[in-house]
Write a protein that binds this ligand. Sequence first.
Ligand SMILES: *[C@@H]1O[C@H](CO)[C@@H](O)[C@H](O)[C@H]1NC(C)=O
Length: 380
Amino acid sequence: MVYLRHWLAGGALLLPLVVAVDPRLCQTGNEKLPESQFTLKEVEDSFLPELSEIFVQTNSNVSVADVLDSANRALVQKSPPLGNGHPVESWAWNSGDEATSKWYPQGVTSSGDALAAGKWDGREAWIVTWYQKTGGKNVRLSFVDRDTHQYRHVLLVEPSAPDDFKPVGIHAGGIMWYGSALYVVDTHGGLRVFDLNHIWKVADGDQVGKKSGGGYSAANYRYVIPQIRKYDWKALQPDSTFSFSWVSLDRSDSPDTLLVGEYTKDDTNTPIRLVKYALDYQTRKLRTTNGVATATFAHCVDILRMQGGYSLGNKFYLGRSNGESKGSDLFVWSPGSSATARSQWLMAGSEDFSFNPSRGEWYTITEHPGKRYIVAYKKL
Ligand SMILES: *[C@@H]1O[C@H](CO)[C@@H](O)[C@H](O)[C@H]1NC(C)=O
């Protein structure tokens, strides 16, 4: 039974009405939800096989090592100005990336997500997502070499024909690297998957896609990574909204799980939820039945402005942003308990989190121009 308030001329009246309640909504703000109601439809990209062949035939398919070895920018080691936590490492971008209002960094993952051994092709790397805020919609990734602290940006693209691709215009609030797969969140759409077995070298040119004179370009980025599949929320739950705000990997679950969380600004009637999906470590896909991935965990949590998080054992480590000039809060929470807060423990503008079991560290990034860092903390 749900009470809807009807305001009539001269006074308010409370009418009891029987309404089908969406079982995915939160009533108390801290309850468990039915996992079966949180499903994603797996959709493979149909243009990828043919498009991929073009880049293989032209010797334009390259590796992560090629991208790292062609790094053309350098991080700057700097102490962060805010936050009570003590990072073991903190790095700013080069001056252009630090200051730009065109691109905003949002998501972070590392080679510690990719493989339990912590390295990919013998390399330790961070990958950071940036979304384009002005002058078009795109997502770029920074590949950061943790040995040299040099990096290069690469553009994400989506196949649009058997011989063409287009920009990916999503917010890319979080990223998780699992084997060769890169899971990137698409706020109200679900998850997009990109694959490091497909990194394509393109020519110079302002446009994104096939050039009129032949060949391809990508807004003057040297490499593109195409989308290979997606996990679609709306296809299965068209009338119920979920915000895929950030994502992380939990290797302490068996099987491994992918955790997504919701950023909610200030509306107390909007649900704030954490949901997990099981992963298949051999195919690097979500586990599905008849092409549908069903959640293995779904819970409400009462934390506004949740910008990132990761889980380990039965504990969830969650970040809350407090604007540009105040440190972000860190929460430790277990299902069924209330969260404990470490006030302004993190820098201002903390975003996505990523845990790295091979180093006993976790990472976050901060988004505001002039205050942009990659920060590493020891395991809590
Ligand atoms: C493209 O390059 C990657 C990395 O070297 C490799 O794993 C993959 O098999 C290549 N793809 C094809 C179709 O040759």
